[in-house]
Design a protein around this ligand. Structure first.
Ligand code: NDP
Ligand code: ZN
Length: 379
């Protein structure tokens, strides 16, 4: 599934500035060594294809997906693969055919970097370019953003200019958390006055709450347990909190909605049973959106009776986030004008590239006061 550009990513790379042209420039990166093990490694620096860019990270954030990848083996075995897919950076090199970016530009790097000329992109599903979910390349098919330099395919389509008004730490949330959480709200087709249940209020779910709120939801029932997330959810527009540890969330939703259920459900947390709960709590004609990664179990259950024996008009949509320059810059504009404050997500801030390992391990351990860690390398 790799493009020609990516397969050459780790080929030898020669520097112009006076060094021995036969000596490959080396970069350091925090890598998955094998399932269950991370460590610092050195690799040849990435090479820039004609449409591509080489970017130096200014700030990066570990993600739940990095944890799934390393410690749950979600993608299968990966050896010495540099991790990470959430970054803002500075462009250090562009290919000869890149028109919109130049060295020195500060950019938001989306987690998903599709091949925009693919058939899937033409069909409107760029995130699946090259195969299902294959628009996700960083720390999946190629080295990710936790290296001193990283490669971005199709720079004009995938990078987005970062405004000076957004601090780099907050801007990292635009790589994945905002586009994914907002997509949950978009896939649920939130309408003015909808009652929405957002299941999961980690950073993704919190952005589903914020997105639902902006799209006009009235009641937003947020499902989570940790106080730090509950407080943030209220700040982003949740009107009711449901703790899944206090009993069946379906019962709790019906209690809070006078037995009516909700118009829409956004799933950004839970397990394989969550879909079953969502089908039960959504009204006929409602929509369930899922952006949660379902990491275990063979099947997702749809309850026959509550799905109207197949005739309830309860739609289910699940999606991988979409990036692309236009979308990323539009989402960033919400932060620029002050309509979206990303600072409540950043509960743990680190400074310096070497702190990355600590930040990733924190994400793995998920202490109760964590929403999202960020590592600022350079401002
Ligand atoms: P977190 O682990 O931070 O958040 C998960 C949330 O789900 C928490 O609020 C947690 O509650 C809640 N939760 C846990 N178990 C249950 C349960 N049984 N019932 C209801 N709620 C529950 O994850 P993130 O926000 O970082 O990511 C959410 C998901 O989105 C992950 O699976 C991630 O891999 C996926 N993802 C998908 C992307 C896409 O493109 N579709 C992109 C990025 C991420 P608490 O902790 O308070 O107890
Ligand atoms: Zn992520």
């Amino acid at each position: 599934m790799n493009t020609a550009h990516e397969t050459c990513v780790n080929r030898r790379f020669t520097e112009k500035e006076g060094s021995d042209p036969n000596m490959a420039k080396k970069i350091k990166g925090l890598a998955m060594l094998k399932i269950g093990e991370i460590g610092w490694i050195e690799k040849d620096a990435p090479e820039c294809g004609p449409l591509d860019a080489i970017v130096k990270p200014l700030a990066v954030a570990p993600c739940s997906s990095d944890v799934h990848t390393v410690w749950e083996g979600a993608l299968g075995e990966r050896t010495d693969m540099i991790l990470g897919h959430e970054a803002v950076g500075e462009v250090v090199e562009v290919g000869s055919l890149v028109k919109e970016f130049k060295p020195g530009d500060r950019v938001i790097v989306p987690a998903i970097t599709p091949d925009w000329m693919s058939e899937e992109a033409q069909a409107g599903f760029a995130m699946h370019s090259g195969g299902m979910l294959a628009g996700w390349k960083f720390s999946n098919f190629k080295d990710g953003v936790f290296g001193e330099l990283f490669h971005v395919n199709e720079a004009d389509g995938n990078l987005a200019l970062l405004s000076d008004s957004i601090p780099v730490a907050e801007a990292t949330m635009l790589s994945d958390m905002v586009p994914t959480g907002f997509q949950a709200a978009e896939l649920a087709e939130i309408e003015f006055g909808d009652t929405v249940c957002c299941i999961g209020i980690g950073p993704v779910g919190l952005m589903a709450v914020a997105g639902s709120n902006m799209m006009g939801a009235s009641h937003i029932l947020a499902v989570g347990s940790r106080q730090v997330c509950v407080d943030a959810a209220r700040g982003y527009g949740a009107t009711d909190i449901i703790n899944y540890k206090d009993g069946d969330i379906v019962d709790q939703v019906f209690e809070k909605t006078d037995g009516k259920g909700v118009d829409k459900v956004c799933i950004a947390g839970g397990d394989v049973h969550t879909m079953e709960q969502a089908v039960k709590m959504v009204k006929p004609g409602g929509i369930i959106s899922n952006v949660n990664y379902l990491g275990s179990g063979e099947h997702v259950f749809i309850p026959r009776v509550e799905w109207g024996c197949g005739m309830a008009h309860k739609a289910i949509q699940g999606g991988l986030m979409l990036g692309g320059r236009r979308r990323m810059e539009k989402l960033a504009s919400l932060v620029e004008v002050g309509k979206l404050d990303l600072s409540p997500l950043l509960t743990h801030r680190y400074r310096g590239f070497d702190k990355l390992e600590e930040a990733l391990l924190l994400m793995k351990d998920k202490p109760r006061d964590l929403i999202k860690p960020v590592v600022v390398i350079e401002e």
